[in-house]
Design a protein around this ligand. Sequence first.
Ligand SMILES: [Fe+2]
Ligand SMILES: [Fe+2]
Length: 195
Amino acid sequence: MNDSSPAALVLGARGGLPDDIAFLRAPYPRGGWRAHAGFGQLADFWLQVHASLRHEGGEVARIVDAFREQRIDAAQLQRAFVPGLDGFLQHLDQHHRIEDAAYFPRFRQLDDRLVIGFDLLEGDHQIIHQQLIATVAQARGLISALALPGDDARRAADLYAADAGKLLHLLLQHLADEEELVIPAMLKHGERTLR
Ligand SMILES: [Fe+2]
Ligand SMILES: [Fe+2]
């Protein structure tokens, strides 16, 4: 995790943040966050939102996998998949918008050394958004294929799963890295500086 070249830091290529970017990770390790005196409502809310995004993304994948493995039929897939994916993508998009517009600028102001990390996270949002668009296109293909006879729907589900899997993979890395910047910064500087 110590290769800080721009190419190595791109979401999808990196396996975590290097120590110089996540410089508060060592003094504020993940295992001690909740016990820290400065751990407050905003940190708790942030982690809850991330947990629910992980959960929603995982649930949609589980539904589509059930269809791919023929444990549910097309009608059952449609009923669960459409609202599940809509909710997940809406929550994801809203969360990133609030971070980009409201919170990330405030984190950058706390300490100049945080700027590079939050620029990286904002770049992650763009990469995730591109993958979200690809996933929505595959979802549309899947929904229209559900009305067709034969194996078209299952092939469309496989195509969807490939793009949605990439999206979830990118998102999981992003959420973990973001937490290692956001929560330690809140513990060090106090949540009030972010409101
Ligand atoms: Fe984010
Ligand atoms: Fe986030």
